[in-house]
Ligand binder design. Structure first.
Ligand code: ADP
Length: 325
């Protein structure tokens, strides 16, 4: 099993402050943390922890953070060939976190936005050698469009997590097999409020229109309310969240998408894949940050063994894994 990720990399810096600063104010912080992240990197790392082979393209800038990116990739075991040097700053973000956990932050995607279709074309053989191609909206449309077109030409499924949400390029959507969105993104897509999606018994016209465009699976994640999956011509499939003591939900969506991808690649039925994905999401919330929080395959199995049958979706394998179209 191998995925090719059109990636993004962001160094997430956070400072613990006694209260959120005001304009012009300079506060002393009690702790500083810099963690490798970014939605594309998180997806790749979470998949890798689950035992999926990972390749991909990640733009790295020309600044003080570029050696950090290289050492992080080496530490994780990702080859340097996954890094594409571009001018400008490496993706980075800064957050202030107050004692109540409230935060304010800004992220500059920097070099991530410089990734091009030509970068993808130069790696066309590697894309075609994958079993699935995945992307998030921390990458520009052009490389995603190119990679998904290559995937379609090679008969490979694709997974898109359009976060942070922007207009969905119809060409990208036409080549998307699995679309994973959270409640906010689903609402932005015109699919209705998350509360209604959690309860809906049949695809609404907006969901049906999206599925008619060629999607195999539309999966909406709803935080501690779990997730719901829509497929053409079939009733929605619901997956409750696993009850866990969540300490930090950063990375839950990335872990969920990686778990779903890994399970579908292993040819699990959709119901079982959703259960594994939800377990990955739950496990990612049980620790601070994202980097250390993504479960290994062994941790996932141990969690599922102890979770009992109640959390299962009850699906009897109605759907197969991703299919080439
Ligand atoms: P995102 O991080 O993209 O906003 P969600 O918050 O919807 O995504 O979380 C993705 C998945 O992770 C959910 O569908 C759920 O299965 C799991 N999850 C998220 N938050 C919790 C939580 N507090 N407890 C248990 N599982 C959770």
């Amino acid at each position: 099993m191998r995925v090719f990720v059109i990636g993004s990399f962001v160094i997430a810096c956070s400072v613990k402050v006694p209260r959120l600063p005001q304009a012009g104010e300079s506060l002393g912080g009690s702790a500083f943390r810099a963690e490798p992240g970014g939605k594309g990197f998180n997806l790749a790392l979470a998949a890798h922890r689950l035992g999926v082979g990972v390749d991909g393209l990640f733009a790295v800038g020309a600044d003080v953070f570029s050696p950090v990116v290289r050492s992080t990739f080496a530490q994780v075991g990702f080859p340097e060939t996954m890094l594409v040097p571009h001018a400008g700053s490496t993706g980075a973000g800064v957050a202030f976190v107050d004692p109540a956990g409230e935060n304010c932050l800004a992220v500059c995607l920097g070099a991530n936005l410089a990734l091009t279709a030509a970068d993808v074309r130069a790696a066309a053989d590697r894309v075609a050698a994958a079993d699935l191609v995945a992307a998030t909206f921390e990458s520009p449309d052009a490389p995603i469009r190119e990679a998904f077109a290559l995937a379609r030409a090679a008969g490979l499924p694709t997974l898109l997590n359009p976060s942070p949400m922007r207009r969905l390029d119809p060409a990208i959507l036409a080549d998307t097999t699995i679309l994973v969105v959270n409640g906010i993104e689903a609402t932005a897509l015109g699919l209705g409020p998350a509360e209604a999606l959690a309860e809906t018994r049949r695809p609404t016209p907006a969901i049906a229109a999206l599925l008619d465009g060629g999607l195999d699976h539309l999966v909406v994640t709803l935080g501690e309310r779990g997730a719901v999956a829509f497929r053409p011509g079939l009733p929605p499939l619901r997956q409750p969240a696993f009850p866990v003591a969540a300490v930090d939900t950063v990375g839950a969506g990335d872990a969920f998408a990686a778990g779903l991808m890994a399970a579908l690649l292993a040819k699990a039925p959709l119901g079982a894949a959703l259960r594994r994905a939800a377990a990955c999401g739950a496990l990612a919330t049980a620790q601070f940050g994202a980097f250390d929080a993504f479960p290994t395959a062994a941790a996932l199995e141990a969690f599922l063994d102890g979770a009992g049958p109640d959390a299962a979706s009850g699906d009897a394998g109605l759907s197969t894994g991703p299919t080439a179209r």
